[in-house]
Design a protein around this ligand. Sequence first.
Ligand SMILES: Nc1ncnc2c1ncn2[C@@H]1O[C@H](COP(=O)(O)OP(=O)(O)OP(=O)(O)O)[C@@H](O)[C@H]1O
Length: 703
Amino acid sequence: MSSSEMKQVGSETEHETIDIDQTMIDQLEPTAASPQKPVRGESLFAKDTVSINMPQSDQELRRRTTAGSQKSHEQSKRDYEDMEIYWEDIRYSVMTGSGKNKKELPILKGDAGRAQPGQLVAIMGGSGAGKTTLLNVLAGRVPTGDPTGTILANGKVRDRRKWKRIVGYVEQEDLLYENLTVRETLETAALLRLPSKLYSRKEKLAKVDQVMEQLGISHVADSKIGSSATGGISGGQKKRVSIGIELVTDPGTMFLDEPTTGLDAATANNICDMLKKLARKNGKTIIMTIHMPRETILDMIDKVALMSKGQMVWFGPAKEALAHFERLGHKCPPQTNPADFFLDLIQVDTRDENSQTTAEKLIEEWEKVEEEYIKPIDNDLRETANKQQDALTSKQGRAQIADNWSGDEGKWATSWFSEFSVLLKRNFQQQWRNIPIIIAAFAQQIILCLLIGFVFFRITRDQAGVQNRQGVLFFICINQTFSFLMPIITVFPLERRIIVRERASGSYRTSAAYLAKAVSQFPLACITSFVFAAPVYWLIGLNPSFIRWLLFQIITQCLVFAAQGLGMLIGSSVPNVQMAQVFGPLIVVMFIIFGGNFANQDSIPAVLRWIQWLSLIRYTYGAYMQNEFNGLELDCGSSSGESSGASAGRGCTPLGDDVVKAFGLNSPSVGLCILILLALGLAFHVLAALILRKTTRMRMRVI
Ligand SMILES: Nc1ncnc2c1ncn2[C@@H]1O[C@H](COP(=O)(O)OP(=O)(O)OP(=O)(O)O)[C@@H](O)[C@H]1O
């Protein structure tokens, strides 16, 4: 970006800053002090130095941020590097049951904690203690319900949009595209997520090298991710790649849900060691949930948050936890992994009254000493935070909160077209490297072509030929619909979780992702359908005119387009592959019934007649029939003509046009059928994109 362009950006930002509603600022600025950049590791909330009123210094920071120099680039990132997360009185419940049995189930019951830059914080507890729920509430990812309490990042209430772009969240499962290499996976993340205003393409790619170096995966940079079936990088390396996807944006804070689950002890150790280094060397604030860590891992953790029944029983260094519990009469036996001891102590067995009493006692005792370990924020800050949280409920308030966060990179990191091209490339890489699937797709069409070609080889023009033409054309409709709809209906159910994850981190617009997926699916379908339709026409001996052959190909491609649209629509509407496999054939069969071959259009009951207007098979079949029969002279000379199926009961039909009429397929015309097929395909795609947008939205609730 040229400096003149950068200046332009800067001036726009300044203009935006001037527009802030002054009453809003007044309302949200109870303290006078300006925020100060803390020394790494020092509390951001020390009394007298903390304020969440940003305007003076923050406006200044934003001005500098967008000024166009390398210096501004550095400063724009500072706002969320070295991030301290403070939380207090976090409560969260969900509604369970239905009707009379509906009740509120409290999951988090007033938890507090503080994670500072350079620290590795682990949330531990028995199964169902609320670890993942707390992690998700802190990360702002809450599928249902409304958490309450105070969460401050660097002393400020968070802005939902910016928050999701400036933190990293690593899910328990490694959801990656198996045909991409490690480098390609990270490059995609970097190209999509690093703001183009701040990073050139070269800088983004350099960042990938840097991250691979940091994570110790440079030696497998060009290895495919792979799967258990095909082989590929190891489980630990996959976890590192998942962490790398988040790390490319250089987030100040990273949340990880059970990063060691499913890994062997040594690999789990390596991952935690790497996380520890990331925290120490790069000043990241790392919060993770962890299940049964071994002692060496526990040693790496700066603070453990021990949870029992949704409440904190300890937050601080593990060693001090041992002393705390010993004071309460629970001594860790010698030769015992402290993590095992903690879990045995805090795990609540609902059948055992003793374990419940112990947990209650531990919760009670923790409340007495909590403030020693988690320095609470001062009252001014709390009051300001509460006001800001209230402001989050209004659009104007949210804009004000957003303004408190510098680094004005816009809503999206890069342009729509960049998103589209990066995603299209990824889709092609994922699709075209799946050689067995590509071979299978070609083999399917070649086999079908030969089979149909030889069964209906060189059909005649007599009345038996009429029946054969009509039969084979309808069969081609069904075959092409199934061939190109069925593979696509599983695409979204399989990839949905990746899309949800990527959307949750604000990686791209759904429209770009959808179009990239739709466009990437078309070339293979186009080629394979042509491999079938081009020769089969001559093998069967359909209307021997080049124009008719060309029209046949165009109609087939339009059917493929519409079938893919329908497949994407079904795929985006159902939650999993099983449902897709149930509903896909069901809908196609419905369209087949109303396709014009089985039920005469005029005899369909009025109440069901609308289905035929949506039936892509009906329009394809209509277009095929007209293309084949209109103007075709049939042979009435043979004796078989009297009883041929096509004209049964009517005697011989010498004109092809009459056959089309007899089936009620003479309208709409071929041209209109093609247009309707394109319109149907387009409508299916638009609907599918809208549904995908809705079904892949992660509910974010920042407080
Ligand atoms: N949406 C929900 N509806 C009903 N119950 C829920 C919901 N979310 C969480 N819970 C319940 O809240 C409790 C805490 O869940 P959470 O997943 O946070 O536990 P956890 O400590 O991470 O457990 P685990 O280690 O087994 O994953 C569990 O009893 C769980 O069943």
